[in-house]
Every structure is written in C-alpha cells, then in structure tokens.
Design a protein around this ligand. Sequence first.
Ligand code: G3P
Ligand code: MG
Length: 242
Amino acid sequence: MTPLIIAHRGASAEAPENTLAAFELAHRQQADMIELDLQPTADGEIVVFHDHDTARWNGRADPVARLTLAEMRRLDIGGERVPTLAETLDWARSVAMPLNLELKKPGMAVRCAQLLREFRMTEQVIVSSFYEQALRELRAVDVAIARGYLMGVRSYRPDIRWREFWPFGALRRIAATAWHPYHGLPGLSWVLPRARRAGYQVNVWTVDDPVQLRQLAELGASGIITNVPAAARAALAQRMAG
Ligand code: G3P
Ligand code: MG
C-alpha cells in the first residue's frame, strides 16, 4: 500500500501555509489529504493558524487567543489571509478533500464537531492533537469522529519519552483511530509496523526527504505528512517503479 500524501499546512513549501491558496495548490497537486492547525479567537471563532502569536507575520507577539477574528483577518500571510474553519470546510466539501484538523489547544471540540456536522464533513476528517484533553473532549462530543494522537513533544520528561516510544496505552485511553508520530521518534521503525498490526493508522510528520519517504512507505506508514506533496508523490511513485 502506498501511504496517503497529507499536505502539511497545505502545499506549504510553495504557497503561504494554512491558507486557502495552499489548500487549493495541494488539491491541484493531488494530495490525498490536507493537514491544518486550528485555534480559537477571542470572539469564539475558530481560525486556521499555526503559531501561538502573530510575531512571524506582523512582528508583534499578540497571542491569537486575545485577538478577534477581524484582527486576525488583517494579518498578511504572504499575500493571503487567515481562513476560518468554516470557510475551509466549505471549500473541502466542494472538492471532496479529506482533512486532518490539528487542535492546537483543548476547548474547541464542541464548536469543531458542530461545524463538521454543519458541513457534512464528520466522515472526511481525522482530528489530531498533542493534547489528550482535546481528544477526550472530541470523543465525548462525537465518538464517531476519527481521532489521531500526535506525538513528538520536545521534552526530557520520562513519562512523555516512554509514551512516545510505546504509544499503545495512550492510544487505547482515547480509543484513537490513528497515531501521528514525529519522524525522528526513537524506535519508530520498530514500533510503526506493530502499531499498524494493532489496527492503528500511522501518519508520520513532517517528511520531505525522498529517501525517508520511501523508507516509511516500506515500513507500512498509512500516511505521510509533507510540505511537498507533489515531490512526495513522485518519490513514492519511483519506489513503486523500482
Ligand atoms: O500534524 C503534524 C504537525 O503539523 C505537528 O506539528 O507544529 O507543524 O503543527 P506542527
Ligand atoms: Mg500541525
């Protein structure tokens, strides 16, 4: 099986990350799925945005949680503007593009599930998070929405190190559909096939190197989250041909 090509923040190597332009390009490049980051604004909207604050875009470290949607809209993201989750779901529905929605914090599950139902996208998404709390909340709201446990936190805490080496307890706790490990996790090549055999999808992030892409395909990764969907597709096709 060839892994799904999941465009990280859209086709973010060639278009401004987490914008509709990057999502449309990923679609044109025939990505199988698009990964994007979600955060709440001060006025209760959900926006597609990665960083905790706006420094990278306007030089001011304003936390997203303190800004309104109107203020977020004023940001210039490489000539594009910040989309809402609703706009993104509307677009994804219109082109039948599956999404991987990353919850950047707990507290958004109710609103997210509401929007997914409104746009009839509950079955076309995997909702992922580094925060177990966020995934628990989602499960409580709608158990049928697929959940992916993201791992790869920069930490020396032994409990986190252990969980990332042997994720099965954590995956069971939230009845995850998928495991989303960082490609550099120690022991990944050993545990990845075991996670697949245990019935989990395994979507690895974020991999742009063709050799590594092919190695992960050999190990049985279900999906690869990449900034370069077109190049990733070409790299995997080469594997099939070779
Ligand atoms: O979902 C995979 C990846 O996006 C997690 O890290 O920081 O790029 O959102 P980050
Ligand atoms: Mg992300």
